[in-house]
Design a protein around this ligand. Sequence first.
Ligand SMILES: [Fe+2]
Length: 149
Amino acid sequence: MSTRRDFLRRGKEALPVGVASLFLATGVNTASAEVETVGNLLGQLPKNIVYSKSNEGIWKGKSGSHVPTVSLQGGEGRIVTTHGMSPKHYIVRHTLLSDEGEVLFGHTFACDDDKAASEFDGSKVKSGKVYYALSFCNKHDLWLAEVRV
Ligand SMILES: [Fe+2]
């Protein structure tokens, strides 16, 4: 049985050389990214298991409120999903993984949390490396963003 970590390990091998050109730097000690190469990673799986901005699958039009963004500022990391939070429909969890599939951070939300935003120790991420942020919605499944710091 293939695991999420197996998937991420395989995906790393398929990343195009030009992945760095897709990185969006917003300043010193601040970084955020949404990288379209995630579509290549997801292409190795059957459809509709994991979604991204470029691969919305059965959830067309839902990427804007489900794909997590990652930022670093002043040594603190932050993952945000711009999704509402209500008892019937909310973001359940954020997870940050290294390019080796190591889970660096995870946060589980309650349906009555104000927003889907979580903070992590920014020292866990290193410049020039690729990371994967996951956001899981209780209604619209699992969404992936690739981040290069
Ligand atoms: Fe949702």
